[in-house]
Design a protein around this ligand. Structure first.
Ligand code: PSU
Ligand code: MN
Length: 316
């Protein structure tokens, strides 16, 4: 069979995408929607904190006046917006659910399977559904030791492939952050600091060694920057970097020794590829006696709130 040369007519009628009724109604009425990822539920935290966190993050989006749309793959169909029982199902199954990045979406859809979407995959689904703002904790990036093994998260190229503003506390401190910022620069992704000129380090504050490419005083200004970006680059993303709340942040020096240990452990145990991020995050959570988890939840809620404010500003 000769493939249809026009992918719109060939693919869209059978697009395996389900948009939840509340999300579809909001989008149709031009009301603000914020996409949320699901890898953080299955691979980022243990049961039952993962479900509590997912519900708290959805509530934070609602409190700030937008509709949450948690993204996942269920039975081979892309989902934008999950009912509470689907969130619970993902949270209970945890690591047994496939971690779905961009490369994995086609295989899961073709096989009719479930998947929890990473930042990169969530951006694709958000863009297909017409959602412009997505909130998460910290994006993936260039892993430490990349000169020996070039492990670079598809989150980075994903930022350059979908017209979505990703609100995140910079990138995770388990990464090589200067290399991650350089990669975003090379990909042409604007990094907008929300009330800061310093690139945040996920649950730790940023410092003067690493900056952003633009500063927005508040959500309204961040929304204006995104709108300006999409006028002439309508198919690429923006990273909005929101620093962790002061009272919950963990000092970078303290994180650094914990992360260095975890990275050395991962190397000794030969942990690689998609398994490395969940391994390092779990090791950091153990080593900080739950403080990292509390900070992680606070960061997610703060980003959900900021994402909703930006979505509201985009619609006003
Ligand atoms: N940040 C967290 N917890 C997580 C992740 C990020 O605090 O679980 C997940 C996100 O889904 C992100 C993914 O997109 O890790 C990156 O994985 P990788 O480095 O394999 O691309
Ligand atoms: Mn990787």
């Amino acid at each position: 069979m000769i493939p249809d040369p026009n992918p719109r007519t060939a693919v869209l009628p059978s697009l395996p995408l389900d948009v939840a009724p509340e999300v579809a109604a909001a989008l149709a009425a031009g009301r603000p929607v914020v996409a949320l990822e699901s890898t953080i539920i299955t691979h980022g935290m243990p049961w039952p904190q993962n479900l509590e966190t997912a519900l708290r993050v959805e509530a934070a989006v609602r409190d700030a006046g937008a509709v949450p749309a948690t993204v996942a793959v269920r039975g081979g169909r892309l989902q934008a917006g999950l009912p509470a029982e689907a969130l619970e199902h993902l949270a209970r199954r945890g690591l047994a659910v496939a971690k779905a990045s961009r490369r994995d979406l086609a295989r899961l859809v073709a096989a009719g399977q479930d998947g929890a979407t990473t930042v990169a995959a969530t951006m694709i689904v958000a863009a297909l559904a017409g959602i412009r703002v997505f909130a998460t904790g910290g994006i993936g990036g260039v892993h430490r030791g990349w000169t020996a093994r070039p492990d670079v998260s598809a989150d980075l190229s994903g930022m350059a492939h979908a017209p979505v503003a990703v609100v995140s506390a910079g990138a995770k401190s388990i990464l090589d952050l200067p290399a991650t910022v350089e990669a975003l620069d090379a990909l042409g992704v604007p990094v907008v600091g929300l009330g800061t000129g310093r690139f945040p380090r996920f649950i730790s504050p940023g410092d003067d060694s690493l900056g952003v490419s633009a500063v927005a005083a508040d959500a309204r200004e961040a929304a204006r920057l995104c709108a300006a970006h999409w006028r002439f680059m309508p198919s690429t993303g923006v990273l909005v970097a929101n620093p962790p709340p002061d009272d919950q942040a963990i000092p970078a020096t303290e994180m650094e020794s914990v992360v260095a240990h975890a990275v050395a452990d991962a190397a000794r145990q030969g942990i690689r590829g998609a398994a490395i991020t969940p391994f390092l995050l779990a090791a950091v959570q153990r080593a900080t006696g739950g403080r990292a988890t509390a900070a992680n939840v606070a960061v997610l809620a703060a980003n959900a709130h900021a994402g909703a404010e930006i979505a509201c500003a985009l619609h006003s």
